[in-house]
Design a protein around this ligand. Structure first.
Ligand code: LLP
Length: 399
């Protein structure tokens, strides 16, 4: 059991801010690496956290990146990732984005539809380039996660339906110089804790892999996407370790022996635990119906609770800046809400908090390292929330 550790140096920093534990992230990457089969390559899903210091730490550990926009491509380049370490995913790649990917000769474009494949062929032909592509399959599996972050169901916008592959093969064969099929990819959604769902999707996709090989395609890489979730109700990191273990074992058994290269695109499992949003209590408001703790940040900085009714543990930080649990018998139930003019602006509903909570106290919203800062906005014209890094000696601001 290891709680997120808030450094005493954070005391003087003005709230709200995000703080990341770089050493925690490093240890998590090492753990995942140590469990994965030998032919696996991690490509961090940069959409989950694009903080430069984090990206740099990941790069130093030999991790690549999974990208979804030219903005992400440029940031990855800025922090030193080589095009060879980049996989470009996403359903809506524009001409400019595809051209940039081709100009840089990035490792792989994960293609999501027939018109996208045609567009890539046209652009690659025009530029005299060969695009290394993988086809993203929609395996039509239903998973137990929030519907907004489920992507491998047949009605989702993502990936190819298996019936479209014959046409994809025609396009590939028509453009042998412009398109080189590297492999297949499947990503069924996010915050998934049922390993069986990944297994089903992989098995289905491997069936097609074999068919394509039989048709003469020299497939190299199977990209199993990301999606492994965490238990947001608990801070017990040994649960994460067990999930990683089970996930890695499944990959070892199901795919690794059948493919040359196994690519992965994890986001949340690498960073979620190692970020917190620190906020200050502005008012404690008690009404005949509800108690509220009103803090200085809300859905503008952390959208997950408002958008997915996601749960994040919230704790008061005591004077030594460590996480304090309320003493038994001295707690009360509160909705912890932000300042935004929307009733959805709730960071935590019905939370047991110390009854003596007061204006000026600091709270930490935990497990906010993934899909936190990256999804923030300036709604209500609020300032962008700063980000600080722990783990390299002195605390410093780093975007
Ligand atoms: N690969 C692809 C193609 C993806 O679309 C995603 C996430 C990942 C990898 C990484 O998935 P992860 O390992 O982080 O689950 N905003 C939502 C999550 C959206 C996920 C989008 N795609 C949330 O806050 O829960």
């Amino acid at each position: 059991m290891r709680e997120f550790y808030l450094d005493p140096q954070l005391g003087p920093f003005k709230t709200p801010f995000y703080v990341y534990d770089l050493n925690g992230i490093r240890a998590r990457v090492e753990l995942l690496k140590s469990r994965l089969p030998k032919n696996a390559h991690i490509h961090f899903a940069m959409k989950s956290n694009n903080n430069r210091a984090i990206l740099q730490a990941l790069r130093e550990l030999g991790v690549g990146v999974d990208l979804v926009s030219s903005g992400e491509m440029r940031r990855a380049r800025e922090v030193g990732f080589t095009p060879e370490q980049m996989i470009f995913s996403g359903v809506g790649k524009t001409r400019d984005e595809i051209s940039l990917a081709l100009e840089w000769n990035i490792h792989q474009l994960n293609v999501e539809s027939l018109p996208e494949l045609e567009r890539i062929a046209e652009l690659a032909n025009g530029m005299g380039k060969c695009a290394h592509v993988a086809l993203r399959m929609n395996p039509d599996v239903d998973v137990n996660t929030h519907p907004y972050i489920r992507t491998g169901f047949r009605e989702n916008k993502f990936g190819f339906d298996f019936t479209e592959i014959a046409r994809a093969v025609e396009i590939l064969r028509a453009h042998p110089k412009a398109l080189s099929l590297q492999g297949l990819t499947v990503h069924i959604g996010s915050q998934i804790r049922d390993i069986g769902a990944f297994r089903d999707a992989i098995r289905k996709t491997l069936g097609l892999w074999r068919e394509l090989k039989a048709q003469g395609f020299d497939l190299q890489s199977f990209d199993a996407g990301g999606g492994l979730g965490i238990d947001y109700l608990s801070g017990d990191l040994s649960d994460d370790e067990k999930s990683i273990e089970a996930y890695a074992t499944m990959l070892k058994n199901e795919i690794a022996p059948h493919v040359k290269c196994l690519d992965l695109e994890p986001g949340r499992i690498l960073v979620a635990r190692f970020g917190a949003l620190v906020t200050e209590v502005q008012y404690v408001k008690r009404t005949p119906y509800k108690n509220f703790i009103i803090v200085d940040v809300g859905m503008n900085a952390l959208l997950r609770p408002a958008l997915y009714e996601a749960h994040h543990r919230i704790v008061r930080i005591d004077e030594s800046q460590s996480v304090a649990k309320p003493a038994p018998g001295s707690s009360d139930v509160f909705d912890i809400v932000g300042p935004i003019c929307e009733s959805a602006d709730v960071l935590g509903a019905e939370r047991v908090m110390p009854a003596d909570i007061k204006a000026g106290d600091r709270l930490a919203v935990l497990d906010a390292g993934a899909y936190g800062s990256v999804m923030s906005s300036q709604y209500n014209l609020r300032d962008t929330v700063k980000e600080y890094i722990l783990g390299r000696g002195k605390i410093r601001e780093h975007d």
